[in-house]
Ligand binder design. Structure first.
Ligand code: FAD
Length: 383
């Protein structure tokens, strides 16, 4: 199985490249303190600073060192639920709006991401006949509502055998660590201050008029009612050495998104998933790799490649799940001046970028129909 250090917190591949330190900026009172220097915190900080507010971002670690630098690098439109299920659960119009808005967010992301983003499309695979039936429903619902989607029956490049797929043309591949660090540089240039490597123990210690909690699945202890509504889940990922063969042109995912992999331009495979092999132990905010999941990832590499490549990076990350798979974005009920954007249920690259902007817009006084759909009060019992 190679020389991997199970149980340690390894550097994710995405963060394993040189970076420039971001200017930490001024101390003292600010208009807004944001907790969390991930994709949500950065897009929120940038939008607030552009709106004329003084902002400081706090993080227990460094920029992008939470889930934002530890994920699979899939940049997907939509929410975490299947589109046909979203139509039934959230209502046809709400689901359509959500998908359209994430497509627009992908366009904005592309416009500023530079070489951190590639518009490749993505392939959502059916691993068996039941899943084929389900994604067929999703494909038909997307088609009915005018979203670009292509059905694929022939998948000759893939083993094991899959039973069809939806190709989603607007999706892409993101180097999430690079993108978030780039957002941080843009925010710093707008005057945003940073306080890294210092955990916020209590909201009372922040010298700010208003607060944004942007901690997705890793903010335990900040507010008890958030701990009840946002369930931490662990995902594990591996990256291989660069392979000579080009096998996968775009991000691939199967088994309801439990397994996901992509090949980068230098030939490396980034593979994550198999949380369901040990679902209870993976409902945790302990950021560590484990033998059962790492073993399953290695076995799947052999399945898709026919041999075991060298694995250069292994890591774990924590994301926030919600009961209805929609994020919580807006005012935290019962806490004046406290806002939040979190809970993307494993789908936070585009949603986090969009919801950071959305909460900033709400703070600047703009109304938005999505804020009703994402209202924290639907799941938070105020404390
Ligand atoms: C293994 C894995 C794979 C994933 N794959 C994908 C994918 O391919 N595509 C996709 O769209 N999404 C994916 N996700 C989900 C996505 O990564 C997250 O939803 C997204 O990055 C959340 O960003 P964020 O900025 O809200 O939170 P984070 O990036 O988690 O940032 C939160 C920050 O808050 C800080 N923090 C927490 N508490 C405190 C405190 N008390 N004081 C100070 N700082 C604090 C943390 O240190 C952390 O840096 C994946 C997640 C994981 C873990």
């Amino acid at each position: 199985m190679g020389s991997h250090s199970i149980g340690s917190v390894d550097t994710p591949f995405w963060l394993d490249e040189p970076t420039r330190p971001v200017d930490s900026g001024s101390k003292g009172q600010v208009d807004v303190a944001i907790i969390g220097a991930g994709i949500t915190g950065m897009s929120c900080a940038l939008a607030l600073a552009r709106g004329g507010l003084r902002v400081r971002v706090h993080d227990a670690r460094g920029i992008a060192e939470g889930a934002s630098g530890r994920n699979g690098g899939f940049a997907l439109r939509g929410g975490a639920a299947r589109y046909d299920v979203a139509r039934e659960t959230y209502g046809a119009e709400a689901a359509k709006q959500l998908w359209r808005r994430t497509e627009a967010a992908l366009d904005r992301l592309e416009a500023i991401a530079g070489d951190a983003f590639r518009r490749t499309g993505s392939l959502r695979l059916a691993a068996d006949d039941e899943e084929r039936y389900e994604i067929r429903l999703e494909y038909e619902a997307l088609h009915e509502d005018g979203f670009a989607a292509e059905w694929r029956d022939e998948l000759p490049h893939l083993r094991p055998e899959f039973r069809g797929a939806i190709f989603h043309p607007p999706d892409g591949s993101l180097q999430p660590g690079r993108f978030v660090r780039h957002l941080a540089e843009l925010a710093a240039a707008e005057g945003v201050a940073f306080r890294e490597h210092e955990r916020v123990g209590s909201l009372d210690e922040l010298e700010a008029e208003q607060i944004v909690i942007a901690t997705d699945g890793s903010g335990r202890g900040l507010l008890p009612e958030l701990d009840d509504a946002l369930w931490p889940a662990r995902g594990q990922v591996v990256t291989t050495e660069p392979l000579n063969e080009r096998l996968f042109e775009c991000p691939h995912y199967a088994r309801h998104g439990f397994d996901y992999w992509q090949q980068l331009t230098d030939g490396r495979i980034v593979l994550g998933g198999f949380r369901d092999f040990s679902i209870l132990t993976e409902m945790t905010d302990e950021e560590t790799t484990t033998e059962p999941i790492q073993g399953a990832l290695d076995a799947f590499l052999v399945e898709i490649l026919g041999y075991m490549p060298e694995v250069t990076h292994r890591w774990a990350g924590i994301f926030g799940l919600t009961q209805d798979l929609l994020p919580l974005v807006g005012r935290v009920p019962g806490h004046d001046g406290t806002w939040m954007a979190a809970g993307y249920s494993g789908h936070g690259n585009v949603l986090g970028f969009m919801c950071g902007e959305l909460v900033a817009a709400a703070m600047l006084g703009e109304d938005d129909a999505l804020l009703e759909l994402f209202s924290p009060s639907r799941l938070l019992v105020s404390g």
